[in-house]
Write a protein that binds this ligand. Structure first.
Ligand SMILES: Nc1ncnc2c1ncn2[C@@H]1O[C@H](COP(=O)(O)OP(=O)(O)OP(=O)(O)O)[C@@H](O)[C@H]1O
Ligand SMILES: [Mg+2]
Length: 335
């Protein structure tokens, strides 16, 4: 088994250290995710992350690369992604120049000269390295992020198997390229299609869920600093309640951050039906969901926040305001 000593690459030596390492880059992860990541580093196995949009899948790879002080190679997957864009390409222009030079300066009728020219055309210098190949040729282990693999076509899963299992790539015209330092690979998916079992078997799997209220509060604090404490609580409590509504597109952490910042720009101190409904486009990205909240669910959610103590009860506020007015009135009368 290919087990990596933590000392060999200043990798974290425990789950606790893994949590701290990421926290230095403002990435907060729970013990379960930290355990999967720690084991993936120690066992030298890729990590396969699935989860809702905006819950921190891509950010994990970015933060890990920063925390380890290592290079990040990223492949953003899409339909039609192929080897030429993800792994390598032959430099056709350079090959043409080479052929012209050979034609003008050597005797191409000689079989040996022809063989030499042919070999040269498919040498390492003629390769244009794309992120997958680049990640195998670094002197220090980089982080390789294969982002949103579910968007790529299924044959791409099969193409990745050799790299994930053996840390090597076979280039038919050239031969084998083995990793000089094994990349730390993170694959993400939004589950729009099933990823091939053979690929999943080579990885450690983790489902990244929406964070708890307490964790989301901490994240928003870090990622959208300088906002009144009261607002953080209201926003996060509202978002947490909204996720229970079974929306088409529940808001991710990214949307909570955006919404908090938007509300702060509008000098909001307290959530009201008007402020919520007029800024829903920052939080939700589906018109049916927005309509649903505007048609009544916003009020329901705000009422829930009052019941749970995140928002003051407006009726009690009116009563206490009335009491204040009355006492002022009676003081005035006494004078
Ligand atoms: N655990 C976390 N700690 C700190 N910030 C986080 C965390 N999770 C998410 N974030 C914040 O949320 C933002 C969105 O996260 P990210 O882009 O990684 O989501 P994603 O899961 O990759 O979404 P998608 O599936 O849409 O690509 C990040 O830029 C970061 O600011
Ligand atoms: Mg992402």
């Amino acid at each position: 088994m290919n087990i990596i000593s933590p000392k060999s690459r200043s990798l974290p030596e425990s789950i606790e250290e893994t949590i701290q390492l990421l926290a230095k880059e403002d990435y907060l992860c729970d013990r379960q995710l930290a355990t999967t990541l720690f084991l993936s580093l120690r066992l030298a196995r890729p990590i396969f992350l699935e989860g809702e949009p905006g819950v921190g899948k891509t950010e994990l790879a970015k933060s890990l690369a920063k925390a380890l002080g290592t290079e990040l190679f990223r492949i953003q997957c899409y339909e039609g992604l192929d080897v030429a864009q993800s792994a390598y390409e032959w430099n056709v222009a350079k090959q043409m120049v080479e052929i012209r030079l050979a034609e003008s300066s050597s005797d191409l009728k000689d079989p040996q000269t022809r063989k030499n020219v042919g070999d040269n055309l498919y040498s390492r210098e003629m390769l244009i390295e794309r992120p997958l190949l680049q990640s195998l040729t670094q002197s220090h282990s980089p982080v390789l992020l294969i982002d949103e693999l579910d968007r790529a076509d299924e044959p791409f899963d099969a193409f990745l198997l050799e790299i994930l299992a053996e840390n090597q790539m076979t280039i038919p015209e050239f031969g084998l390229i083995r990793a000089t330092s094994r990349p730390i690979t993170i694959i993400t998916s939004n589950r729009t299609r099933e990823i091939h079992d053979a690929l999943k078997r080579r990885c450690l799997y983790h489902w990244l869920d929406f964070p708890t209220l307490e964790r989301e509060l901490e994240i928003i604090h870090l990622r959208a600093p300088g906002i009144p404490l009261e607002l953080y609580h209201q926003v996060v409590a509202f978002v947490q309640e909204a996720r229970k509504l079974n929306l088409y597109k529940p808001p991710g952490i990214a949307e909570t951050i955006d919404w908090t910042q938007a509300l702060a720009i509008l000098n909001t101190i307290r959530l009201s039906p008007d402020t919520v409904n007029s800024t829903l486009g920052v939080l939700l990205k589906n018109q049916e969901d927005i309509n649903r909240l505007q048609a009544g669910d916003t009020i329901k959610l705000l009422t829930e926040l009052v019941i749970k103590g995140y928002l003051p009860d407006p009726e009690k506020e009116i009563i206490s305001l009335d009491q204040k007015v009355q006492s002022l009135q009676s003081k005035k009368d006494q004078l």
